[in-house]
Design a protein around this ligand. Structure first.
Ligand SMILES: Nc1nc2c(ncn2[C@@H]2O[C@@H]3COP(=O)(O)O[C@H]4[C@@H](O)[C@H](n5cnc6c(=O)[nH]c(N)nc65)O[C@@H]4COP(=O)(O)O[C@H]3[C@H]2O)c(=O)[nH]1
Length: 927
């Protein structure tokens, strides 16, 4: 664990600039390297063979020493034996030769005394002759002819022999002279090889008279050869001074005649040498025999003499070799084992170093923990055996300071947060445990950590990873999955989830909850008119405003588009109690919003349901809230509606209504159609000049008399006619009818009356609108100036350019245009300027509270002043009271319409009113 990590060795140390020669490694590192090298040298597989050389050398030194000693001993013994043999052989030969010479001397004496032929019988008789089987004695005359012998032999002449010549040639009268010895030979008298010992016989005068001879078998002289002494290849030889062997025995073989350089032979054996050329080196000793021209030679075969030594030497060498081999084998085995062990240790060290490097480079904190057992064998604590720097950063305790410490003492909180129990469980039962938790203690406080515990022998390894980033990412993804990207509000899936939870909670606790579907009114106009960025901005602002109206545990979410949903929990089971917050939201949404330097305004239609009265499951509640929201839309928008059971029937109701509308249209257009389908008809509401009080025009308003339901107000069916497209045909009928009626009044002499017709969005956007209007005017004969088309402000804003274009075409025809419900939309001044209109109509919602609401007063005044600045006439609708009229009059509003003057009435009544007015005019003129 102390070895430098791979990462450390690859990268320059911190602070060392790249490109510079590396600095000397620190002293501690150098010392560690030295220690490692020394450890390596002391490895058994290196040191043991080195140490084993000592006993090996000792074995061989001792072996060679013993061999040497043994050899010297063997050599000494060989020399001693040779000397002893030579001594013995010399003594034997001296004895034998002396006896032979004695015989020669006796024969000589007897011949000299008894004559050559008489001597031997005398000696035989006296028993002085040696046994004839072994030794032949004979006497020759001076000519060399054997004259007597014992035993008797064939005639023999030795005159040619050198020993005879030697005797004969001696000075006459000389004493006996020395005995002569012949070579070993065979002659005509005796076929067996023999050698002759001879002495000179003188006559009485001292002259040569012949010789006395003793013939001896050469084997006689080597008969003392004993295998036990001389061995199988020992040598005994009787050699003449001339160097020719007279008798020579090697083993059992007796021979003669070989040449032996006796002069070169030592008296004592020194070194083995080749005495005869039989290839056997021998330890040799030689003694000259006194009184005879002879020497004895003894040779002991080197091989035989050293045989025991050789045997011992072999034994020693074998023993030494055996011991050496044993030693080498043991050392080899131990070294191999040690090498394997060292290799395994190296591998282990390498693995440890790799582990340490990897561990140090790891972003995970790693703790190698040892079990600390209680007396009952259960794990009582853990001791830190190894760890890494990351662990130090995580715990705030230096890595080295952790080693050897008890976890319970180092991180006491680990017993309180379940970590110890988990570690102990894995330590005892095995397996792998994984846990994620949020750290509570410094320095990692607040961070999300993940630990993995794995059992190892005698402990556990704990890996701790900081997963805060992952958690945050997961949280972000979760948030994105459950929240609307634009507003950050909960999205449909989270809302559904929260609603489910809220319903469950309410079910458990018997509480109530409310759910409101909110749809923005007029959002599409902003989005289409000012662009998507403006739409997005508007959604954010409106979302923020709604959120501000809610309590902390309420939920505001966005379903998509301009649809929001509000979940109010733990509310009273009383719709009225909800009204304040809903109204607050409605007002907050209705406040103008500044977008791209421009004030825009939207409303909201809210459909509200309550659990449990309007449904006891999320699906039903959402469905019913949706139905209630549509009802709010139907009822003029920017309001909230609580769900009623009847709403559920609305779809079916709509279908029935639509069918009725269709039939009514058919019936209206077809004069012959049966009346039970109901028909449309028009009513007219007078428009009055505020200053003069004179009716100058009428607004045509459609009515549907249903055969069963009676009179159906326009708000109940205009929207449906719009939705279904029927409005185009209905609208065309309205224009044509209104034109026809207006022309009829004119024809009746009621001149100067204008008629206004409402044109809905669908109608206005229809391509043939201008053509249809032109047709209606042409058919009726009404001058275009008597016709006014009322379009709503919001309608114009849907497609500004197209609207302006369409308006210009109508204007070109001479038709007047007015903007209905002015003030509920968000026309910009610049847009307003471009409209070819003649009149602005203040919406009746601002007129209603004119007397009390300063806001409405301000709006009315703003519209009046705006209209006048643009040279437009301003008309207020829905004027019901005199206060309203007085206010409008005081503030120079031009015209008005409303119940104060007249509710919408049929054409006939308008005719009467016009007639009355004409009468009044005439009277005033007259009066
Ligand atoms: N509270 C109150 N209301 C007053 C007063 N004086 C008049 N009104 C009502 O105000 C509405 C005025 O018409 P609008 O704003 O164009 O609003 C109209 C118009 O937008 C639409 N509409 C009516 N007839 C037609 C039509 O022929 N074509 C189209 N496209 N829309 C029509 O239906 C809406 C409602 O028409 P109506 O029910 O006839 O309701 C009429 C009228 O009866 C008053 O003093 N107080």
């Amino acid at each position: 664990m102390t070895a430098p990590s791979t990462a450390q060795t690859l990268a320059p140390p911190a602070g060392q600039p790249l490109g510079q020669p590396p600095a000397q490694p620190p002293a501690s590192e150098r010392a560690a390297r030295r220690a490692r090298r020394l450890r390596g040298a002391l490895e058994t597989y290196i040191s043991l063979p080195l140490f084993a050389l000592l006993p090996l050398v000792a074995i061989w030194i001792a072996t060679f020493h013993f061999i040497d000693v043994e050899r010297n001993a063997a050599l000494g013994a060989a020399r001693d034996a040779t000397r002893e043999q030579v001594d013995t052989y010399e003594a034997q030969m001296a004895r034998n030769l002396t006896a032979i010479d004695q015989t020669l001397k006796v024969i000589k004496y007897a011949v000299e005394m008894n004559g050559a032929t008489g001597a031997l019988p005398v000696l035989r008789r006296q028993g002085l002759l040696p046994p004839g089987l072994v030794i032949v004695v004979s006497v020759t005359d001076r000519d060399g002819k054997v004259v007597a012998s014992n035993p008797a032999m064939p005639a023999l002449d030795v005159s040619g022999q050198s020993f005879f010549a030697t005797h004969r040639d001696l000075e006459d009268g000389s004493a006996a002279g020395a005995p002569q010895v012949s070579h070993t030979l065979s002659d005509s008298a005796r076929a067996e090889p023999h050698l002759h010992f001879s002495r000179r016989i003188n006559d009485a005068d001292g002259h040569f008279a012949g010789i006395a001879m003793v013939e001896v078998d050469p084997a006689y002289f080597t008969s003392s050869y004993e295998h036990s002494r001389e061995g199988e290849r020992g040598l005994l030889a009787l050699v003449g001074n001339d160097g020719v062997a007279r008798a020579l025995r090697v083993g059992d073989k007796v021979s003669w005649g070989q040449h032996i350089a006796i002069d070169g032979l030592p008296g004592d054996a020194a070194e083995p040498r080749l005495i005869i050329p039989d290839g056997v080196p021998r330890y040799a000793g030689m003694r000259r025999l006194h009184g005879f021209p002879l020497a004895v030679v003894v040779g002991l075969a080197h091989g035989e003499q050293m045989a025991q030594y050789q045997q011992h030497r072999g034994t020693y060498l074998a023993a030494a070799l055996g011991a050496s081999l044993l030693l080498v084998a043991v050392v080899g085995l131990v070294s191999a084992w040690s090498w394997q062990l060292a290799k395994a240790r190296r591998r282990e060290r390498h693995a440890q170093e790799t582990y340490a490097a990897a561990s140090e480079a790891s972003l995970d904190a790693i703790f190698v923990l040892r079990n600390v057992l209680a007396t009952d064998g259960a794990v009582a604590d853990f001791m830190v055996e190894e760890t890494n720097s990351r662990a130090g950063q995580l715990t705030g305790i230096a890595k080295d300071a952790m080693r050897g410490r008890l976890m319970g003492e180092m991180l006491p909180f680990y017993r309180g947060n379940g970590m110890f129990e988990e570690l102990a469980r894995v330590a005892q039962d095995g397996g792998v445990a994984e846990t994620e938790w949020q750290a509570a203690a410094q320095p990692a406080s607040g961070r999300w950590l993940q630990r993995q515990v794995v059992r190892v022998e005698g402990g556990v390894v704990v890996t701790i990873r900081d997963i805060t980033e992952r958690k945050l990412t997961e949280e972000r993804i979760r948030h994105m999955a459950h929240h609307d990207e634009l507003t950050g509000l909960p999205n449909r899936s989270l809302i559904r989830d929260r609603l489910e939870q809220a319903v469950k909670h309410a079910q458990r606790h018997g509480n109530c909850l409310a759910l409101a579907f909110v749809d923005l009114d007029g959002f599409k106009l902003v989005n289409d008119g000012l662009g998507h960025n403006a739409g997005d901005e508007l959604l954010k602002v409106v979302g923020g405003r709604m959120q501000a109206c809610l309590r902390r545990n309420d939920t505001l979410g966005r379903l998509g588009g301009d649809e929001f949903v509000i979940l109010l929990q733990d509310v009273a089971d009383d719709p009225l109690a909800l009204a304040p917050v809903l109204e607050k939201i409605r007002q907050a949404v209705g406040e103008p919003v500044m977008i791209a330097g421009q004030a825009v305004q939207v409303g909201c239609s809210m459909g509200v349901v309550m659990y449990p009265r309007d449904g006891d499951d999320p699906k039903t509640l959402m469905m019913n809230a949706d139905a209630a929201m549509y009802r709010a839309k139907d009822l003029g928008k920017h309001n909230f509606q609580f769900y009623t059971r009847e709403m559920n029937a609305s779809v079916e109701e709509k279908l029935v209504l639509l069918e009725g509308l269709r039939k009514a249209l058919e019936a209206t257009l077809d004069a012959d159609a049966p009346a039970h389908a109901g028909r449309f008809h028009l009513v007219y509401q007078p428009k009055v000049d505020l200053r003069t009080g004179r009716m100058f025009g009428v607004e045509a308003l459609i009515r549907w008399r249903h055969p069963e339901h009676g009179l159906v107000p326009p708000p109940r069916f205009i929207g449906l006619a719009e939705e279904s497209g029927l409005i185009v045909a209905i609208g065309e009928w309205v224009v044509r009818s209104a034109c026809r009626q207006a022309q009829a009044w004119r024809a009746a002499g009621l001149e100067g009356l204008t008629v206004s017709v409402n044109v809905s969005a669908r109608q206005f956007e229809e391509k043939r609108l201008v053509e249809r209007v032109a047709n209606a005017l042409r058919e009726s004969g009404l001058p275009p100036s008597a016709l006014e088309l009322e379009v709503t402000e919001s309608l114009l804003m849907r497609d500004l350019n197209q609207a302006v274009e369409r308006m210009r075409e109508l204007k070109a025809m001479g038709v007047s245009l007015s903007i209905d419900d002015f003030g509920t939309g968000y026309s910009s001044l610049s847009a307003l300027k471009s409209f070819p209109i003649s009149t602005l109509k203040i919406d009746k919602s601002f007129v209603r509270d004119l007397a009390d609401s300063t806001d409405d007063q301000a709006i009315a005044l703003a519209v009046i002043s705006l209209g006048h600045r643009l040279n437009l006439r301003v008309i207020a609708e829905g004027v019901e009271t005199e206060q309203q009229r007085d206010f409008l009059l005081a503030h120079e509003c031009d015209e008005m319409q409303g119940y104060l003057f007249s509710a919408p009435v049929d054409a006939e009544r308008i005719g009467e009113m016009l007639a009355q007015q004409a009468r009044r005019d005439r009277m005033r003129l007259a009066g």
